[in-house]
Design a protein around this ligand. Structure first.
Ligand code: URP
Ligand code: ZN
Ligand code: ZN
Length: 467
């Protein structure tokens, strides 16, 4: 099947340029300047021609931080690989990297097998895995080699959630030493969970049980302290470090300082930290529970610093940390005790649109939009140039985006399997029009044409930014 996308404005990290694109089978075959006239020849032999006049043509979004069917807080995140990747496709994301979870007392490889079981035959777009290490021991450390051999070379650890995922500094040090040896990346949930747990106990004892206290018991300083500690451990061991879901300006300062010294330290933030705030956690009638995630939403002043970090590349990636729990039955588990609210916010469907608002508002350029949402995630997690760029030989994961369309985000129209929208009523300029995944049209004309099982597993190479 050959497809020609013509008359569009091709976006890449270097900006926007008019171009025509030829897709042959699953791959991009050629990119040509419109004045070359090549598209006329291509169109004559094509099965399909997409007129992208006035539209952006950009590489499919890559969301490197999702949690489909993740066990958490006595329940599971509400999206399956089928519903979650379908929602991703609707929003112009054509690759996700999800976290396989090693429950304590089990092996990394059994966790990997379990995640393959959840995703195989279900995903609508391509997917890879990171591994969450919750049990550091000799056997687990050895298994990290096998994970890398199986295309999983990034390992998330937690300085938060004592008793669940928490790892001590000694355990982190050992895993980092191993990562350094094998070229793997350690991804860090950087919050001082030991101190936070004391603040939580105190708050509950004093009757401060509402969702907003999820935020007040996790102050930015405890994210900054943990971020600095993780950076220090990475420096001592030489391991590459990627800070996940960075939310606080003080944590960003620690990342920027490390990057200024040339250390292999990278960080992502998420749309919820750019567009939502502590005020949302304080919504009345338990509505704040919809906004409980860790690290928590911060006072609105942090947002300017995060946008600045995105412009300066101290923040390299925006991923969603998509971890949806329904308000009814799931978030409600924490009524009367905020510490029992399952942590997570849905968002896999809206990342590309929300970041486009950053372009509309003048926070980031068009090139930077593509870079933080697609190209850098691909390079950071060993998928480039198969993913993250529209160039001959790349997978034909392509989004045709109408920058002038208007839409309103709502639970009534989203496709995620969750009963609320964190962005309910938000007005967006721009909209995904057509999505190709490996050459196949999966979204067009407001309809889903994909299928469960179209998405395949991506064995990833090592991080492509290491110095
Ligand atoms: O609140 C969050 N972030 N839930 C998902 C798990 C994690 O820590 O990423
Ligand atoms: Zn986390
Ligand atoms: Zn997460």
């Amino acid at each position: 099947m050959n497809t020609v996308i013509r008359n569009g404005i091709l976006l890449s990290t270097t900006g926007a340029t008019p171009a025509d694109v030829l897709v042959a089978g699953e791959k991009v075959a050629a990119v040509a300047a419109p004045e070359s006239g090549l598209a006329d020849t291509w169109a004559a032999g094509a099965d399909r021609v997409i007129d992208a006049t006035g539209k952006y043509v950009l590489p499919g979004g890559i969301d490197v931080h999702t949690h489909m069917e993740m066990p958490f807080g006595g329940t599971h995140s509400a999206d399956t690989f089928e519903t979650g990747t379908t929602a991703a496709a609707w929003g112009g994301t054509t690759t996700i990297v999800d976290f396989a979870v090693q429950p304590k007392g089990t092996s990394l490889l059994s966790a990997l097998e379990a995640w393959h079981g959840k995703a195989a035959g279900k995903a609508a777009v391509d997917y890879g895995f990171h591994m969450i290490i919750s049990d550091v021991n000799d056997a687990t450390l050895k298994e990290m080699d096998a994970c890398v051999g199986a295309g999983v070379n990034s390992f998330k650890m937690f300085m938060a959630y004592p008793g669940v995922f928490y790892a001590t500094d000694g355990e982190i040090l050992r895993a980092m030493q191993k990562a350094k040896d094998i070229g793997a990346t350690i991804m860090m949930h950087a919050e001082n969970g030991i101190a936070i747990d004391q603040l939580v106990v105190q708050a509950l004892a004093e009757g401060r049980t509402d969702p907003v206290h999820h935020g007040t018991t996790r102050p930015p300083e405890l994210e900054a302290e943990a971020t600095h500690r993780a950076i220090t451990l990475a420096k001592v061991t030489g391991a590459p470090l990627y800070i996940v879901h960075l939310s606080a300006s003080q944590a960003l300062s620690a990342v920027a300082a490390a990057r200024d010294t040339g250390q292999n330290v990278f960080a992502e933030t998420c749309p919820q930290y750019l567009f939502l705030s502590l005020d949302d956690l304080g919504r009345p009638d338990f509505e704040g529970a919809k906004y409980v995630a860790s690290p928590p939403l911060r006072p609105v002043e942090h947002q300017d610093e995060l946008w600045r970090g995105l412009r300066t590349n101290d923040l390299s990636v925006v991923s969603t940390d998509h971890c949806p729990f329904c308000f009814k039955d799931q978030k409600q588990l924490g009524k009367g005790d905020f510490s029992k609210i399952p942590n997570g916010i849905p968002g896999v469907e809206h990342r590309m649109d929300l970041l486009h608002q950053g372009v509309v508002r003048g926070e980031i350029s068009l090139g930077r939009w593509v870079e933080i949402a697609s190209t850098t995630p691909a390079r950071m997690f060993g998928l480039y140039p198969r993913k993250g760029v529209i160039a001959p030989g790349s997978d034909a994961d392509i989004v045709v985006y109408d920058p002038r369309a208007r839409q309103t985000l709502s639970v009534r129209t989203h496709h995620m399997a969750v009963d609320y929208s964190a962005y309910e009523g938000m007005s967006i300029t721009g909209r995904v029009e057509t999505v190709l995944s490996r050459g196949r049209i999966i979204i067009t004309g407001g309809e889903f044409h994909g299928r469960a099982g179209h998405g395949g597993f991506l064995a990833r190479d090592l991080c492509q930014y290491l110095t």
